[in-house]
Design a protein around this ligand. Structure first.
Ligand SMILES: C[S@@+](CC[C@H](N)C(=O)[O-])C[C@H]1O[C@@H](n2cnc3c(N)ncnc32)[C@H](O)[C@@H]1O
Length: 176
């Protein structure tokens, strides 16, 4: 992908995308966190997701290493990995691309199509976690203050309901 879409966008929004080699070098500075499934990342000017995509790939590699033997667990820990990724972006086409790009990597990892339940859940998570808004004013495009969902496994309820870790109902929004 080109690092620049147009000179006007560079001048108006400072839109210059980061090359893959630099993304990797920067993520290596916090390597352990990028390889932890439930570490949270927020990129306040995420563009079409160059950093967030690579964070997701690294997290999914960790999922594969830890839970690759169980299809049930790898699917649900993959969703947890995605739930921990957040972004803000001013330009509507960029935030739309970012959502599509992340969903594509997620679906490819699971070898699932867009009608798969987990992909539909992932699409919903991305619609909340990737915000079209202004990171300087912290206002979304509709003028409302930006607030993020905190997705957590409900440890207590998992055991109470007898659900295994990673069950889809073991996730919920605690606060927004
Ligand atoms: C230098 S580009 C970096 C994009 C991406 N992080 C990357 O490294 O490829 C900066 C991005 O920030 C966006 N942006 C500019 N001002 C912003 C603001 N106030 N709030 C959120 N995003 C903003 C631009 O639209 C652009 O996509």
């Amino acid at each position: 992908m080109s690092l620049v879409k147009s000179k006007k966008r560079v001048a108006d929004h400072g839109e210059v995308f980061t090359p893959a080699w630099m993304v990797d070098a920067m993520l290596d500075l916090v390597k352990d966190e990028t390889q932890r499934i439930d570490s949270r990342f927020l990129e306040p000017a995420c563009g079409s997701g160059n950093f967030l995509l690579q964070v997701l790939r690294r997290k999914l590699a960790a999922v594969e290493l830890k839970y690759g033997k169980s299809d049930f667990e790898r699917r649900h820990y993959a969703l947890l990995a995605l739930m921990c990724i957040y972004g803000i972006e001013l330009l509507p086409d960029n935030i739309a691309e970012c959502r599509v790009n992340l969903l594509e990597v997620f679906a490819e990892y699971l070898n699932a199509d867009k009608d798969d339940d987990l992909c539909r859940a992932a699409g919903h998570v991305l619609s909340l976690n990737l915000v079209h808004g202004d990171a300087l004013t912290m206002k979304a495009s509709d003028g409302a203050p930006i607030a993020f969902a905190e997705w957590v496994p409900w440890a207590g309820q998992v055991s109470a309901a007898g659900l295994p870790p990673g069950h889809p109902h073991a996730f919920g929004v605690l606060r927004r």
